[in-house]
Design a protein around this ligand. Structure first.
Ligand SMILES: [Zn+2]
Length: 400
């Protein structure tokens, strides 16, 4: 059988996956719960759910970490707007997200750390970076000095100009008078009035976004993480900066495989609050079963653009229906239906960078074969394989 190959964003190539002692640590950047989560989040986390399920099927002992960015500019801004406590706002949205994940049949990560519980660990990394000359304090805030890191940019491969313009779009303040260079990013920011703060060796304040993930990943999975994932929009600056922090603090490779999911679009546009085109799981729940929504999501490769169209949902219903009928059909007493070729193609698809659309196609073909059969064929083996395969894809709800 072929072996599992995964696409690594850093090398731009697929590579056979291997791990030490059969253990795999996966860190996937989780939500910032400042708002209700939408179908885009469902696409991202369902993609990683199948990866985790498949690695476990292959016999790996997987530790799956998905954090919650419970303190961040966005949460504080939204809490102020709504005149709500930032913790209450974050918790409410996190609970809604958990409910959606349960409905989608996404397995719970082994750890869901909240950033505010790891502030001492963040401080330790920041102290190491200052000591090694990669970071500096200014007016109570601490910044990472990008020019000191000659490898900065190795993940995104963006030019300096492009990096700066994207960073500025995503919350960087190039005019911060405390910075030596507009590209430098914040590791610790001094308290602003009305904001929550924690004590540190520098000043009362709060951590920068990137340091949160470096600290949680190291604490829960060690200095080198096997797989680090997230949405494609996190490649720069978030993941680029995580590499800079962790590798310069520890002198060790931070991540072996970087995996990034594609974007979810609705009517050709990125799903976003400002465009008012968000599709919520709570709305889909009223119209479709969890299996149908999952089949819809998995009928897109995780690195591709997932276009949310009514017709695609209808296709997902057509794909899902025969799976149900296969389980209801009684096995005959005649010739055994051989599933070897289906099995081979199903695993080949998953081994090819988790190609779920191709894997689903194989199951569709097998279902058709089983359902069309009128020859008293013994389909027990075929049904057993279907059950295993659907379990790997997380499509077990409502099928039994
Ligand atoms: Zn992160």
């Amino acid at each position: 059988m072929s072996r599992l190959q995964l696409f690594n964003t850093e090398t731009g190539k697929k590579k056979v996956f291997s791990s030490i002692n059969n253990k795999v640590g996966i860190y996937v950047c989780g939500i910032t719960p400042y708002d209700v989560t939408h179908l885009g989040h469902a696409f991202l986390y369902t993609s990683f759910d199948v990866l985790v399920r498949y690695l476990r099927y292959l016999g790996y002992s997987v530790t799956y970490v998905q954090n919650i960015t419970d303190i961040d500019d966005e949460i504080l801004k939204k809490a102020k707007e709504l005149k709500k406590n930032w913790r209450v706002l974050g918790e409410e949205n996190a609970q809604g997200f958990f409910e959606d994940q349960r409905w989608l049949n996404n397995i719970s990560p082994d750890h869901m750390p909240r950033a505010t519980d790891y502030i001492p660990e963040m401080i330790v990394i920041i102290q190491k970076l200052i000591k090694k000359g990669f970071a500096y304090e200014s007016e109570g805030s601490v910044y990472f000095s990008v020019e000191k890191d000659k490898e900065y940019g190795k993940l995104s491969k963006f030019s300096k100009t492009k990096m700066l313009s994207i960073a500025n779009e995503r919350g960087n303040n190039p005019d911060d008078p405390n910075k030596k260079d507009p590209m430098d990013f914040v590791l610790w920011q001094a308290k602003k009035s009305g904001e929550p703060s924690w004590s540190s060796p520098w000043c009362q304040g709060r951590p920068g976004w990137h340091i949160e993930c470096s600290a949680m990943a190291e604490k829960l999975l060690g200095k080198t993480v096997d797989i680090h994932g997230g949405g494609g929009d996190l490649i720069f600056p978030h993941h680029e900066s995580e590499i800079a922090q962790s590798e310069n603090a520890n002198n060790k490779q931070f991540v072996r495989f970087w995996m990034h999911a594609g974007m979810l679009k609705y009517k050709g546009e990125k799903m976003s609050k400002s465009l008012g085109n968000m599709v919520f799981i709570s709305d889909l729940k009223k119209k479709y079963s969890a299996n149908v929504v999952r089949v819809f999501l998995l009928s897109h490769h995780y690195r591709s653009v997932c276009e949310c169209l009514e017709s695609a949902m209808e296709n997902a219903i057509k794909t899902t229906e025969p799976f149900k009928r296969v389980f209801k059909k009684q096995s005959g007493q005649g010739k055994v239906l051989s599933v070897a070729s289906y099995e081979k193609r199903f695993f080949q698809a998953l081994n090819d960078d988790i190609n779920t659309p191709a894997a689903l196609k194989v199951l569709e073909e097998l279902s058709e074969k089983i359902l069309k059969d009128k020859n008293d064929t013994n389909i027990a083996q075929a049904k057993a394989f279907m059950e295993t395969a659907l379990h790997i894809l997380g499509l077990e709800v409502e099928l039994a």
